[in-house]
Design a protein around this ligand. Structure first.
Ligand SMILES: *Cc1c(COP(=O)(O)O)cnc(C)c1O
Length: 375
């Protein structure tokens, strides 16, 4: 019986720091600081520093941080926000929650990130912001997108939910936009023991309003300046994230090791491998390869006890929830092609070199056994 290789192994991570997590959780229990509190405040300071920004506001999810980002820009009914159709749906939920319309722009084949060359055609007088995603942890073309934002006086919001510790031209992802939002969902590169998220910004006024919006629109208890939310980060999550943040750099290095091995081992196979454009360092949240026979490859790997996943099988413009936007197949051909070809291989800090070799060997076996029939 061969050992299974999990697509993702959260238990291995928890095991590696179990003592520290237990102690941090116990301290929070002793203090009974369950909603926000000192652990959250400390984590906010540390995370802001790690992102190279001045303000970090902790949230109860990445989705709620993104929603508040839209509120901070006064995005509302009648407005449009430009984003990618090839992302996790929470990106466009934020726009929808604010009552605005997500305007999708197709992706670039090489990176699966929003293609800057297509953005300007989508800008209208109603455009309020641009919300691209550092998909799979790879920074989108920040130079090109920032330039468009400047020329059109549009704020840039980075969806950095998958990009903790990613680097673009020497600076951390999340430090470029007017704001950036992170997720600490357990499966993210920096994950809570539950839900969590953050909004980071250099702008003190935006930060103050974000703190108010996350807490019922109030800076002073029981006085409400505007309609807000209960989007507070839990004390336990602040404590857990404070422990885990210390390991983020090391964990990111391990992810790089895995990505490097895949690149070496899979070079020469018919797979399209992910690459980092010059000046970009991916956070390697996911290792996504592409091939038209993706479904067969997935079955082949699963039959050999190797977990894999699809990110994402259906682009947002074709989701039932967005049928009212009236999109048709063919509207965003690059996103649709990616959705049919992408397959995510196991990548996490605890994945051993031997396991990476086994995954690569299984893929090579697939192509050796089943050479392309007609291309
Ligand atoms: C995970 C994720 C989110 C949402 O974060 P949650 O913490 O799960 O609410 C948003 N955008 C992207 C791209 C994500 O991957």
């Amino acid at each position: 019986m061969i050992e299974r290789i999990a697509y993702f192994d959260l238990a291995a991570q928890v095991r590696s720091i179990r003592g520290e997590l237990d102690a941090a959780i116990a301290r929070t229990l002793d203090k009974c600081t369950f909603c926000l509190g000192p652990d959250v405040e400390q984590f906010e300071k540390d995370f802001a520093k790690s992102c190279g920004v001045t303000h970090c506001i902790g949230f109860n999810s990445g989705t709620s941080a993104l929603h508040v980002a839209m509120r901070l820009l006064n995005v509302g009914p009648g407005d449009e926000v430009i984003t990618t159709p090839f992302t996790f749906v929470a990106t466009s939920w934020a726009i929808s929650y604010a009552g605005a319309k997500p305007v999708f722009v197709d992706i670039d084949d090489a990176t699966c990130n929003l293609d800057p060359a297509r953005i300007e055609r989508a800008i209208t007088p109603r455009t309020k912001a641009i919300l691209p995603v550092h998909l799979y942890g790879l920074p989108f073309d920040l130079a090109a997108v920032s330039d468009i934002c400047q020329r059109h006086h549009l704020p840039l919001v980075e969806d950095a939910a998958q990009a903790h510790a990613a680097v673009y031209q020497g600076r951390p992802a999340g430090s470029f936009g007017k704001m950036a939002c992170f997720s600490f969902y357990p499966g993210k590169n920096l994950g809570a023991c539950g839900e969590g998220g953050a909004l980071v910004t250099q702008d003190a006024a935006l930060a103050a309003r974000a703190r108010s919006l996350r807490e019922h629109g109030s800076a002073t208890r029981y006085y409400h300046d505007e309609i807000g939310y209960n989007y507070r980060m839990e004390g336990f999550q602040g404590a857990v994230l404070g422990v885990k943040l210390k390991y983020l750099e090391q964990w990111t290095r391990e992810r790089r090791r895995v990505a490097r091995s895949y690149r070496e081992l899979l070079a020469g196979t018919p797979l399209q491998l992910p690459r980092e454009p010059a000046g970009s360092q991916s956070a390697w949240h996911l290792y996504v390869v592409r091939h038209p026979r993706r479904d067969e490859i997935k079955k082949h790997l699963e039959a050999r006890g190797i977990g894999c996943a699809l990110h994402y099988p259906l682009p947002l413009h074709l989701q039932k929830a967005y049928a009212f936007l009236g999109h048709r197949p063919g509207d965003f051909p690059h996103a649709e092609k990616a959705a049919g070809e992408c397959i995510s291989l196991p990548i996490y800090p605890e994945l051993t070199d031997a396991q990476v070799h086994r995954v690569a060997a299984a893929i090579k076996e697939f192509f050796a056994k089943r050479p392309a029939s007609s291309g």
